[in-house]
Design a binder for this molecule. Structure first.
Ligand SMILES: C[S@@+](CC[C@H](N)C(=O)[O-])C[C@H]1O[C@@H](n2cnc3c(N)ncnc32)[C@H](O)[C@@H]1O
Length: 219
């Protein structure tokens, strides 16, 4: 029979899986950054035939999948090597979320999917703090470094060169006593896409006999 701890781990993986099937496509290459127990990775691999790369800074793996450990700053993978990067409840645990997001941007071809906590109200923040103390006690995860809101995460994504294709509330993973989650689907805008966009914009201006003034990396 399952103990309470196993039940919580299985429930979290199932919950995240059910959310993700609207954004992850069957057979895609998925890098799960901050994979934790890797149970979600197993579900995506077995049910959607995705090619999974679990990565973390600490080994919390409870599956037979191989996990890659890294220094929390530089991923040991080439540019644009996977379709999707998952960052589920990870960025607030990272010492330097901008560095983590920048690496996710570098390796992702299609999308980076992020789950975070809402942290808008005093109640949200009390639940967030209490829940993380419980997580530290029960599973040994470090306490969060950041207690950010949706606007702060969105700002970070824009600065890192992402375009938002979806964002919204995703519910409470562990029922009424847990934080309300926010989901983000961010599309990385890569340098060559920026260059293509500039050329397209310049061509369309030229065709219409207008002066071309495309500067900087704002596109
Ligand atoms: C709350 S757990 C979430 C685990 C998993 N994503 C899930 O949804 O079950 C946070 C995870 O982030 C990892 N982590 C912390 N800092 C990180 C960093 N800089 N890069 C990647 N993972 C990190 C921790 O080791 C831990 O596995």
């Amino acid at each position: 029979m399952k103990n309470a701890d196993q039940w919580v781990h299985d429930h979290r993986a199932e919950w995240s899986y059910k959310k993700l099937i609207q954004w992850v496509r069957p057979g895609e290459q998925v890098l799960n950054l901050g994979a934790g127990d890797c149970r979600l990775d197993l579900l995506l691999k077995n049910r959607m035939r995705c090619d999974l790369i679990p990565v973390d800074v600490e080994n919390h793996n409870e599956t037979t999948l191989p996990v890659t450990l890294y220094d929390g700053k530089t991923l040991p993978f080439p540019d644009q090597c996977v379709d999707v990067v998952l960052l589920l409840w990870v960025l607030h645990h990272a010492e330097d979320p901008a560095a983590v997001l920048s690496e996710a941007h570098r390796v992702a071809r299609r999308a980076v999917i992020v789950f975070e906590d809402r942290n808008e109200s005093v109640t949200d923040r009390m639940i967030f703090r209490g829940f993380h103390r419980f997580l530290r006690w029960s599973q040994g995860f470090s306490l969060p470094h950041h207690e950010w809101t949706r606007d702060q995460w969105s700002h970070l994504a824009t600065t890192a060169g992402f375009k938002t294709s979806w964002e919204g509330l995703i519910g409470r993973q562990l029922g009424p006593f847990a934080s309300c989650g926010i989901g983000f689907v961010w599309e990385p805008i890569h340098a060559q896409n920026r260059a293509n966009l500039k050329t397209l914009t310049a061509n369309s201006f030229e065709k219409r006999g207008l002066e071309v003034a495309v500067t900087g990396g704002d596109l």
